[in-house]
Design a protein. Structure first.
Length: 174
């Protein structure tokens, strides 16, 4: 037996073949849908060579193996034990409820927009400093002396993101 097959055998011996409902993997982790989390001894899994860590999240027992290693262990795992293979998306749907999936979908829409909102916030702060009488007085000026072009530029930079926020959401959500 090769080393990857040995790792797969050790994992199954500790978890129990009957305790594994399905398996998938990502870039660094072997993700197992288990029937009874309490039957798994985390310390024994951690002591397997090449295992860098384990944790349980969203109904998945995740064994961290690292890039490259996980693919080979997964193939040995599936070939040796004929465990049901499912995609990561299918496993996520099985292990999360409607509310969690809804919140995740909503956050997936807003994540790409965060840099735009962050930049707009910075420009709003800059605008607040530029158009503050006290700050202007420190430099011997006044708000009325700020050039019109700078006023227009800061207004455009601060208002554009909010004016087109609905369009950004539609663009990202589609």
């Amino acid at each position: 037996m090769n080393n990857y097959k040995n790792i797969a055998v050790e994992i199954v011996n500790i978890i129990g073949k009957e305790n594994i409902a399905s398996a998938t993997h990502c870039a660094t982790r072997l993700r197992l849908q288990v029937k009874d989390r309490q039957k798994i001894d985390d310390d024994k899994i951690r002591n397997i060579s090449e295992v860098k860590g384990v944790f349980f999240n969203a109904g998945q027992y995740q064994i961290i193996l690292g890039t490259g290693i996980v693919n080979k262990v997964y193939q040995a795992f599936v070939n040796e034990f004929q465990v049901a293979e499912i995609s990561k998306d299918e496993m996520t749907k099985q292990s999360t409820g409607r509310l969690q999936r809804g919140i995740r979908n909503l956050s997936d829409v807003f994540v790409p927009i965060v840099p735009v909102l962050g930049a707009t916030g910075l420009f709003l702060g800059l605008k607040g400093v530029i158009f503050n009488d006290t700050v202007q007085a420190w430099f011997g000026g006044s708000v009325h002396q700020v050039p019109v072009a700078l006023q227009t530029l800061t207004t455009v930079l601060c208002d554009t993101a909010f004016a087109f926020l609905a369009a950004f959401i539609l663009l990202v959500g589609v």
